[in-house]
Ligand binder design. Structure first.
Ligand SMILES: [Zn+2]
Length: 233
C-alpha cells in the first residue's frame, strides 16, 4: 500500500464531480463523445502541464487529435510522433496539423542555459541543433529572455518544416489530399496563441518557408507581423 496522498486521492472524486456537472449541463455530451471521432485537427505540442491543448482552443472531445512531447519536437526517426501523424493524416484525414510551442518552454531554456537534466538532454539535442542553425540571429538579440522567446519560435518553425518533410505529409499532398501545416506559439502569461505566419499546404511552400527561415525573412516574430506586406505561405 502506498502512503495516503490526499491530493492524489481527490483525483477520482474530481472526475466524478466533473462527470456529474457535465451530465447536468449537457446531457448528451457523453453520447456524442462516444461516437466515432472525426477530428479535423492534429495538435503537436509540448508536454508542459500549463499547455492543455483542447482547453486552450476550446475544442470539444472528438475535434482534435493530440500528440505532445517535451519541446514539441518532430524527429524523423521518432516512431511515436510519426505514427500519430500517419494515423491522423491517412486514417482520420485531419485537414490541419498545428505545431504549437509556447514561450518560456523549459526544454528550450535548458538548452540555452546548458543545463544538465539527465537522459532528456539527448532529446533536447534536437532543440540545440535548431539553436546552432540560428546562432547568428540569436546571438544578436539583446538579452537571455529575448533569445529564449525567439528560440521557442524558431523551434516551432523548424518542427513544422519537419512535419512537412515527413513522407506521410508529402505522400498526402502527392495524392491531392487537403492538408495544411501551421506554426503557432502560446503565451502562458495571457493565454493567447500567436500564429507564426507559415501555412504550408504543398512541397513548394515548404521550400519557400525554409528559404524564408534561412534568410531570417520570417516575421520579426516577437512583434506583431506587418499588416499588408506579409506574403502568405
Ligand atoms: Zn515546453
Amino acid at each position: 500500500m502506498s502512503k495516503p496522498d490526499p491530493e492524489y486521492d481527490s483525483l477520482l472524486e474530481r472526475n466524478r464531480a466533473w462527470a456529474a456537472r457535465v451530465q447536468t449541463d449537457d446531457p448528451e455530451f457523453f453520447e456524442r463523445s462516444a461516437e466515432q471521432q472525426t477530428p479535423r485537427y492534429l495538435w503537436v505540442g509540448c508536454s508542459d502541464a500549463r499547455t492543455p491543448a483542447s482547453k486552450i482552443i476550446n475544442t470539444a472531445p472528438g475535434e482534435m487529435f493530440v500528440h505532445r512531447n517535451i519541446g514539441n519536437l518532430v524527429v524523423h526517426t521518432d516512431l511515436n510522433a510519426l505514427s500519430v501523424i500517419q494515423y491522423a493524416v491517412d486514417v482520420l484525414k485531419v485537414r490541419h496539423i498545428l505545431v504549437v510551442g509556447h514561450y518560456g518552454c523549459g526544454g528550450v531554456r535548458a538548452v540555452l542555459e546548458r543545463k544538465r537534466l539527465g537522459l532528456v538532454d539527448n532529446w533536447l539535442r534536437h532543440i540545440d541543433d535548431v539553436r546552432k542553425r540560428h546562432a547568428c540571429e540569436l546571438d544578436g538579440l539583446p538579452d537571455a529572455e529575448a533569445r529564449l522567446d525567439r528560440l521557442c519560435e524558431l523551434n516551432v518553425v523548424e518542427q513544422a518544416i519537419n512535419v512537412c518533410r515527413s513522407t506521410v505529409v508529402r505522400d498526402a499532398w502527392w495524392r491531392g489530399q487537403t492538408l495544411s501545416v501551421h506554426g503557432w506559439i502560446y503565451n502562458l502569461t495571457d493565454g493567447l496563441i500567436h500564429d507564426l505566419g507559415l501555412d504550408i499546404d504543398c512541397d513548394g511552400a515548404t521550400e519557400a518557408c525554409q528559404e524564408r527561415v534561412s534568410r531570417r525573412a520570417l516575421f520579426p516574430l516577437m512583434q506583431d507581423p506587418p499588416e499588408d506586406d506579409a506574403p502568405a505561405l
